[in-house]
Design a protein around this ligand. Structure first.
Ligand code: SF4
Ligand code: SF4
Length: 97
């Protein structure tokens, strides 16, 4: 059996986004080792985490935090560091999830 290999001219140029909106379909949540968990009762809805999250995955509705899009959150922990009231805890991912 022969395997057909792509030639170098067939490969997409590195670092180039060839289709718009592909970040949505690329689920980066499984990169995480820890996930952010917000204590919603103590959250003041100051939006600092929303401003700092590099992935734009803090979910907001009507001016209030409603959760985190864990399909795309990479678990960097920036939100937990920047939260002024320290109500975001980075929790180790369970292998069962
Ligand atoms: S852990 Fe990182 S990617 Fe996930 S919500 Fe917090 S700042 Fe965003
Ligand atoms: S930074 Fe902390 S207190 Fe502010 S909205 Fe985010 S979770 Fe709530």
């Amino acid at each position: 059996m022969t395997v057909e290999r792509k030639k170098w001219r067939d490969l997409p140029i590195g670092g180039v986004i060839i289709t718009g909106g592909n970040a949505q379909v690329y689920l980066t949540g499984n990169w995480r080792t820890k996930k952010p968990v917000i204590d919603m009762k103590r959250c003041t809805n100051c939006m600092i985490c929303w401003v700092y999250c590099p992935e734009g995955v803090i979910l907001v509705k009507d001016g209030k935090i409603t959760g985190i899009d864990l399909e795309h959150c990479k678990g960097c922990g920036i939100c937990a560091v920047e939260c002024p009231t320290k109500v975001i805890e980075m929790v180790k991912e369970s292998k069962d999830e």
